[in-house]
Design a binder for this molecule. Sequence first.
Ligand SMILES: [Zn+2]
Length: 427
Amino acid sequence: MKNLTLLAGRQWPAEQGHSSILAAATQVNIIENGRCQRCGAFVSAKLPNGKLYCRACIGIGRAVEGNVLVRYLGHAEFPKQKNGGLTWSGHLTSQQEKISAGLVTNFLEKKNSLVHAVTGAGKTEMLFQLIAECMKNGQRACIATPRIDVVNELYPRFKAAFSEIKIGKYHGREFKEPDLDQLTICTTHQLLKFYQAFDLLVIDEVDSFPYVGDPQLHFGAKNAVKTSGVRVYLTATPTADLLEEVKQKKLRLLKLNRRFHGGLLPVPKEKFFLRPFLQKERLHSKLLSEIIKAVESGHPLLLFVPRIEQIPVYLAALRKEHRLQKAQVAGVYAADKQRLEKVAAFREQRLQILVTTTILERGVTFPHVWVIVVAADDAIYTTASLVQIAGRVGRAQHDPTGLVVYCYHQYTKNIKLAVRQIREMNR
Ligand SMILES: [Zn+2]
């Protein structure tokens, strides 16, 4: 029999197993009043046998009418540790310290927070005291983010900072048996597997896809945190509805508009192109010269293209260029099987150019990186994504500047607003 407490705070369709726990758990109809109880979606799809099932959360196992959703509240007990298990010995800047203290106060007063901090402000470090406060009382916390790459980046940093705390990492690309972790770091999709589990839920990059605009993930996030629990949202580009919640006093706003090294955000260079960026398998000479400039300066380059199918075309054109012969290039996109390996290779500077879609627009830090957005006027780039992309650059203390180029045929409102927002933050 599986140790009961390992499943504390989790929910799962009964047919997924752990039947020995049923007696101790709560059981609800997984589809109730035409609504999926796991993700909150209204269901209308039917199986051949006429039973309703939920399409919205099918990725984590099918919820079928008449089946049971098991919720095991259990009692999770964790050792109370002095310092909350925090073994990090770094220092916060005075501005970071203010946010960090504000988060602790809000947590103790059971108030939800929105942290609006510019890209490169050092959000992760500002969370350490907050997490420690939660751990100190033997409570349970979760840091969730819409992006797998962000999960992979956060996990080692928290492991290093809280070496005495049991930390679990969960996302759809890695199967891991449910375990009882005092700190869980996962994608927002994984939250659908939890029920009333956390005393503290932090959602990083809260304004990003797929969490933003996905009511199921919002439903899951709400269910995953205890009714007495506290939520914290982190973003560099808050959405209008979050700011509205601040106005309504449902969220306390903590704002930080300086990077941790005190330097300004790099302001993007706007480059107008009359002819196509790529024609007859050759790059536009203006685009090529920007790329060469980055590579020759020794900076790794992220080249953003709007669509997956453009990646191989750009890769072929880059490989053809004589002056880039020595550069190692690769492309990466969301469903790429080697995504994690390629991102790691780029981080270690074994790759000089990485052609990417918006999956790498945020949450990831590459030392010394420069970026070029090929068709910044494409509708896929929102103001927030353009700001986030620019925010990849100049994050290191000893290299606080760098090149950001938005290439366009048509000047768009989003380009204009992104540049304006960056300038305003710098003021
Ligand atoms: Zn569902």
